[in-house]
Design a protein around this ligand. Sequence first.
Ligand code: ADP
Length: 404
Amino acid sequence: MPHALTLNAGSSSLKFGYFQLRDDGADPEARIVGLVERIGAGERAHIRARGPDGTVLVDEEFGRNHVPDHAAALGEVVAFLRAQRPDARFAAVGHRVVHGGPDFDAPVELTDEVMQRLAEFQPLAPLHQPHNLSGVRAAFDLFPDAVQVACFDTAFHRHHPWVNDTFAIPRKYYDQGVRRYGFHGLSYDYIAGKLAEIAPHLHMGRTIVAHLGNGASMCGLMGGRSVASSMGFTALDGLPMGTRCGQLDPGVLLYMLQTEGMSAAEIQDLLYKESGLLGLSELSNDMRTLEAAAKDNERAREAIAYFVFRIRRELGALAAALGGLSTLIFTGGIGENSAHIREKVCAGMDWIGMELDEGRNQRGEQLISTDFSRVRILVIPTNEELVIARAARDMVAERKDAAE
Ligand code: ADP
């Protein structure tokens, strides 16, 4: 059977997955997953990868300047995969593309025409979209015979009711694409599918998913479909993140422009790279570091307290938008691993029907609510790579059907 490669390009990283496709409609099997970090001129990039049983296959630093951009990183990934699996036959390459604009609500085969359309969305996601598209171009050169598929972070949210899709500014901006898109859609797609598998009756109900990682957002789902999300026009809105500010009064931007005399580029850096947990704690963007420091460091404690407060506030707002709540799901690096944050989020939430089981939470079980809790509280590790691999599989099957 052929293979699929999944690519997920961040601003200075490239995550990849090597999947075996199956022709019985079953999920693609991950054979190798890994990432290249610290891509950039003057940097020393690093490649790591593991096999399905967790075996470390590579963990190496490159020389300075060896991996100056994403195309070079992809070259290293392909060289590594070909050395590991000389028999690899890539029928498809699946790409995570952050922005699908107002139109794309499902994965799409990448053609010249689609690429042109996606390039138009670069101003909507200036830190991510250009890297995503340069990854696609590099993959076209390396795998000219493979089908190239784009999977969008925005697609899962494209059917929000209008009131959740718009801002109250003059209408012409809505028509120009200034809308509340929502992101992390691949993660929510995976979680919704997993919930349908493990608890179909819960999947039919009202669910809130808290994707808490370095990037963080929350999504309200009704019957597995996104109804509202905390992220908006860009991936800056909603919850505070590692280095991003989350929800901010737009008047603060005017203050920075007019009173502080900052340029647009300076404000962009401030909001994307210097804010969030890092900005508040003045210590780190990393939750593990903050939790370890919290005992003796008040700013670390305050940064965590703000993070938790905004999650709880968003939880109430999303429950109201859904008209109730049957399930809360934690995912992402923090949601999956920090019993402490989960406990703080759920504390005193009995008014909404949530009761955390301390033992289950500490042990990191899948179900962490008590047997009496009206709202089920679950921890489900996300798997965005698998969602991309599934789209790649479907596109390969479609092509095969069309050829027959
Ligand atoms: P990304 O958005 O980059 O994919 P991840 O989902 O990997 O991020 O999440 C990274 C975050 O998860 C970091 O803040 C990290 O500190 C946090 N994290 C990972 N493991 C733990 C843990 N055991 N306890 C607390 N936080 C953790």
